[in-house]
Design a protein around this ligand. Structure first.
Ligand code: ATP
Ligand code: MG
Length: 571
C-alpha cells in the first residue's frame, strides 16, 4: 500500500478526550473516527489490524471444527420473549418498533437467533455435535461507553454456539473452545491469563474469561500464589470466619457524632477501628432502592449484588436520591428502622456489637446486631475480595493484577433450548433439549488490548501477527531518482514475497516520516535515503528493540524474511 493512496491521518497532539493509551494512540495513528458516543468508524489502518485478529480467530475456530455463518443484527422481540430475556436484559438491549409496529431489538448477542436456526434445522442425535460461529457487529447500549474500542456501544465480536447431546459431550465442546482460545491469544502475541468468571446475563452454570494483562484493565484478576486458582474479582468468593459471639450482645445505644459523616472521621471521633463500623449504602437495582451493608473498610461487589437481586443493572444512589428515599442525610444512614429492602454481607452478619449510622443527622448507633436490631432480607457474599483474604480454594495467599477481558467461554446447559423448545431425538428415541455452550471474543477490543500491552512513548509496537503492515519503507528522497527507484524496487520485491508493506511516498520531511513510522508501530522500518547515494546502503530498524542495521539493498529482502519468521516463531 502506498501511503499517498490510503487514508491514514496521523495526529501530533494527544486528543483530550482519550483517557487510556490505546485510545490515544488509536486516535493519533488514524485507526478510528468517532461518530458518536461509543460508535466508531474503523479507518483503513484500524480495519487492517482488526482483519488480522479476525483471520487468526477464523483459522483457529475452523481448526477446532466450528462452522462460520452470519446472523442478522436486527432481531424480533418475540424470540427474546421466548427465551425470557426480553424483560431481563435491561437497557443494554436497544429496542425499537419497525414500520408495522413490530417490536424489535439490535443483537447484543445471538443465543436466541442461533437456537432458532438449530431447532428448525437439526432433529437427530446424528446431526450433533455442531458448533456455529460468526464474526459480526454487536450493539449494546452500554451505560458508560469509554476508552474507544475497549468499551464501545457498537463493536465486533466473534461468537460461537455449540449444541450437544449430553453434558459430557458439551464438556468436550467447551474444552475444544477453551484450547482454541488459548491458541488464538498466544498466536496474537498477547500476555494473557485464564480465570474463573461470573456468568452474567448470558446465564449458564460455568465460565472462564481470557484476560490480557494490562494496568488499565477494567477487571481485576485474583490469583493464588500457592495453587492454580485464578478468578475475576467479580466472582471470587470470600471465605468468612464465624466470629459472632451471641452471648456478649450489648444494649443498643444512640450517640451524637456532630458533623462526622465519613468512615474515617466517625471512627476517629468514636475511637473505634474501621473493622467495628458497618457502612449502609443505597443502590438502585432496576430502579428499586435497596440498602447494602458491608464493613467500613470493604467495597461492595456490584456483580455479586446484581446476581443476588436478579437485577439487570445496579447503580449506587447519589446522596440527594438517598435523602429523597430515606429522609436521612449522607453519612448518617443505618439499618435500624430503615424501611427499604436490606441485604447484608456475610461478614457483617457474623459481627457482634457493631456501629452504624443513626438514621438522623449528627447521630450514629453502637452495639448493633443483625436479627436483634433489624431484619436482613438476605445475607450473602457481597463484598470485593482483597489480597489479604485467603484463597477460596486452598486458603493460601492471594495476589491481584489488572486485566482486560478479551474472551469468555460459557457452559450454558439446557436453559435456552428448554425455554425455546429446541429438541432433538436421541439414540433411545426420546426427545431431549440440546445442551449448549457459547463462546465470545471481543475482536475490536482485542486490538485495543494489544496496544495497551505493546507501546512506548513514541507509539504502538505491534506484535508481528497483529501488525496491519509488517514493513514500512520510507522514501526519503522523492526528488532523487536513485532513492525513489530503490524504495519502489524494495516495496515491489517485498510485496512479491508476500510481505505486507506500506511505502511512505508522501512529500513530507524525514522527521515527520520517522515519527509516523514509530507511531504506527509497524515492526520493521526500512529507510532509503542519503546513505544509498553516499555508500550504497539502506537501513533496517526493529521497532520493538530499536536496533538498527545498515545493509546493501540486495541483502534486504532475505534478511527481512528471516527476521519476520523469527518474530513469528517467538509467539
Ligand atoms: P464486560 O464485562 O467487559 O462488559 P461481557 O461479560 O459483557 O464483558 P460477553 O457478553 O462475554 O462480555 O462478550 C464477549 C466478549 O465481547 C467479551 O469478552 C469482550 O471481549 C467483548 N465485549 C463485550 N462488551 C464489549 C464492549 N462494550 N465493547 C467492546 N467489546 C466488548
Ligand atoms: Mg458487558
Amino acid at each position: 500500500m502506498r501511503y499517498s493512496e490510503t487514508l491514514l491521518p496521523t495526529l501530533r497532539e494527544t486528543p483530550a478526550e482519550a483517557e487510556i493509551v490505546s485510545h490515544r494512540l488509536m486516535l493519533r495513528a488514524g485507526f478510528i473516527h468517532k461518530l458518536t458516543s461509543g460508535i466508531y468508524s474503523y479507518l483503513p489502518y484500524g480495519l487492517a489490524a482488526i482483519r488480522k485478529v479476525e483471520n487468526i480467530v477464523r483459522e483457529e475456530m475452523d481448526r477446532a471444527g466450528a462452522r462460520e455463518l452470519l446472523m442478522p443484527m436486527v432481531q424480533p422481540a418475540d424470540l427474546w420473549k421466548e427465551s425470557g430475556r426480553y424483560e431481563k436484559y435491561g437497557p443494554e438491549l436497544l429496542r425499537f418498533n419497525d414500520r408495522h409496529e413490530r417490536e424489535s431489538c439490535l443483537g447484543p448477542t445471538h443465543e436466541e437467533v442461533v437456537t432458532d436456526i438449530v431447532r428448525k434445522a437439526l432433529h437427530s442425535y446424528r446431526d450433533l455435535p455442531v458448533n456455529l460461529y460468526q464474526i459480526q457487529t454487536k450493539f449494546r447500549d452500554e451505560i458508560r461507553p469509554r476508552f474507544g474500542l475497549m468499551r464501545g456501544r457498537e463493536f465486533i465480536m466473534k461468537d460461537a454456539y455449540s449444541f450437544d447431546v449430553s453434558d459430557d459431550a458439551a464438556e468436550i465442546s467447551y474444552r475444544k473452545m477453551y484450547d482454541a482460545y488459548k491458541r488464538i491469544f498466544s498466536r496474537c502475541g498477547l500476555d494473557f491469563r485464564v480465570v474463573q468468571a461470573d456468568s452474567g446475563t448470558i446465564g449458564g452454570s460455568f465460565s472462564h474469561e481470557f484476560m490480557v494483562l494490562a494496568e488499565t484493565g477494567e477487571d481485576t484478576i485474583v490469583f493464588c500464589r500457592e495453587c492454580e486458582y485464578a478468578a475475576n474479582m467479580e466472582k471470587a468468593e470470600v471465605r468468612t470466619e464465624e466470629n459472632r459471639q451471641p452471648d456478649s450482645l450489648a444494649g443498643l445505644e444512640k450517640m451524637e457524632t456532630p458533623g462526622k459523616r465519613k468512615v474515617n472521621t466517625v471512627c476517629e471521633f468514636l475511637g473505634i477501628s474501621v473493622e467495628q463500623l458497618v457502612k449502609t449504602m443505597v443502590y438502585m437495582a432496576d430502579g428499586k432502592a435497596v440498602a447494602v451493608l458491608v464493613r467500613g473498610d470493604r467495597q461492595v461487589e456490584e456483580v455479586k449484588l446484581k446476581n443476588l437481586l436478579g437485577a439487570a443493572e445496579v447503580e449506587m444512589a447519589e446522596g440527594k436520591q438517598v435523602y429523597e428515599i430515606t429522609g436521612v442525610p449522607t453519612g448518617y444512614l443505618g439499618p435500624v428502622g430503615l424501611n427499604i429492602k436490606i441485604v447484608v454481607d456475610q461478614e457483617v452478619a457474623a459481627m457482634t456489637n457493631f456501629y452504624v449510622g443513626g438514621n438522623e443527622k449528627n447521630y450514629h448507633m453502637k452495639n448493633v446486631n443483625v436479627s436483634r436490631d433489624f431484619q436482613a432480607d438476605a445475607v450473602a457474599d457481597l463484598r470485593q475480595i482483597t489480597s489479604s483474604d485467603p484463597c477460596p480454594e486452598c486458603g493460601g495467599a492471594l495476589e491481584m493484577t489488572e486485566g482486560i477481558e478479551v474472551g469468555h467461554v460459557f457452559k450454558l446447559g439446557t436453559g435456552y433450548s428448554e425455554s425455546m423448545q429446541a429438541m432433538f431425538q436421541d439414540k433411545d428415541g426420546v426427545e431431549k433439549p440440546f445442551v449448549m455452550g457459547c463462546y465470545g471474543i471481543g475482536v475490536s477490543r482485542m486490538v485495543a488490548a494489544a496496544i495497551e500491552q505493546n507501546h512506548d512513548e513514541n507509539g504502538i509496537i505491534f506484535p508481528v501477527p497483529l501488525a496491519p503492515y509488517t514493513v514500512i519503507v520510507l522514501n526519503l528522497g522523492l526528488k532523487d531518482q536513485a532513492i525513489t527507484e530503490m524504495a519502489e524496487r524494495l516495496y515491489r520485491e517485498l510485496s512479491e514475497r508476500g510481505v505486507e508493506v506500506l511505502l511512505d511516498d508522501r512529500d513530507e520531511r524525514p522527521g515527520a516520516k520517522f515519527k509516523d513510522a514509530d507511531l504506527l508501530g509497524i515492526p520493521f522500518r526500512v529507510t532509503v535515503g542519503k546513505s544509498l547515494t553516499k555508500s550504497g546502503l539502506v537501513e533496517v530498524k526493529n521497532r520493538k528493540s530499536g536496533v538498527t542495521e545498515e545493509m546493501v539493498p540486495e541483502q534486504l529482502v532475505a534478511a527481512l524474511l528471516t527476521k519476520i519468521a523469527a518474530e513469528i516463531d517467538l509467539q
